[in-house]
Design a protein around this ligand. Sequence first.
Ligand code: ATP
Ligand code: MG
Length: 450
Amino acid sequence: MRLSRYFLPVLKETPAEAQIVSHRLMLRAGMIKQSAAGIYSWLPLGFKVLRKIENIVHEEQARAGHIPIQMPTIQSADLWRESGRYDDYGEEMLRIKDRGGRDMLFTPTAEELVTDIFRSHVNSYKDLPLTLYQIQWKFRDEVRPRFGVMRGREFYMKDGYNFDLTKEDALHAYNRHLVSYLRTYERMGLQAIPMRADSGPIGGDDTHEFLVLAETGESEVFYDSAVTDLTFGDREIDYDDVAQCAGVMEEFTTKYARTDETHEEALFNEVPEERRMTARGIEVGQIFYFGTKYSEAMGATVQGPDGKPVAVHMGSHGIGVSRLLGAIIEASHDENGIIWPEGVTPFHAGIVNLKQGDEEADAACEALEAALEAAGLEPLYDDRKERAGGKFATMDLIGLPWRITVGPRGLKNGVVELTSRRTGESEELPPEAAVAKLVEIYKDHMVKGL
Ligand code: ATP
Ligand code: MG
């Protein structure tokens, strides 16, 4: 992509309404534009990152054997009356009447809708286990929408629902989600720590939230610092292997890690003092097991092995896809701007031409752009007639992890400069070597983009 042809409306001034760094940087980098309180348009750069995050979620869901569907954003109130949640959900639900006076609502979550799909089409235990999920816009009329995409009213969320014959099977589904979420967040360059949580209006007993530690997080968290040493890494997982998933669950959830809702001082005090941490965290996901709450209320039964009807055991599992952009930026930025992890970066590398209009420099940049594209990478070539300082500032602001700087002086020696956004370190190398190095860096981070 040539920057001169792209739409990247960066802001020079720091927008006054933005209180936290991720919100400021998303506005300054031209990623989003607010259209109403807590409701945003996604501009090209923001939309690209959103799609990458979404695609990582899809890939990891597929790996865990979960099946994607798409449910509507507008639901009829009838199903919510069946489950009893129409009255319970309160003012966060955006309620709408259609022209016939029927009560409708904008989906804040979809347990009822998916349970209705299930009960209409699944009749036998032989069709279990089944996990359906979607990535879809949700609306919750939050009292205080703030912090940009972190607490929006409209937000993009992955919501998945497991249907199982027994509690035991459903707990395996719970563990499987926990494992796949660990992998999902790590691919985005994030450490998200599962913490025992409170179930809120969804209901149920077993639930963990995934929290990214950040000063601006809305949740207060208490944890044993040893949890931050755990990494999922590239271990091979067989998602059907009950013992293996339970093992990972055990490994990641036995050390003390809780939000203020479930915090127990006495238990916390058993952690050695030097490892007792209090901090703030951003909730980027949550998993629930809630048993037969919805299946009983809505008659979602299957014929069991003995021919008798059994209410299925369910859980639901969410990832805050749009909130993740904010969380990643909170966890990865410096005073000059965003620093995207390789897995979610909107472009793989920036090309900065120090002397636009110089025949040799222009040709070298174009050749680099073509070579990167031929290798399956997406460069952003700043071909504007701007000062080098301005070009560097833009690249730093938008946070591409790698920058190739091309200028007449280097070209005389047959080299360009490859700079890491994260460390600021640069090396001079021939253009082909720079391309080869980027190919190597990105080989484990290729995600379908836009
Ligand atoms: P919160 O406690 O932050 O209000 P929640 O527990 O009500 O969130 P869930 O129902 O667990 O939310 O939704 C799944 C995920 O969706 C959350 O973990 C979070 O990452 C994301 N999410 C929830 N509400 C919002 C929102 N208003 N804006 C952006 N993302 C959200
Ligand atoms: Mg939650």
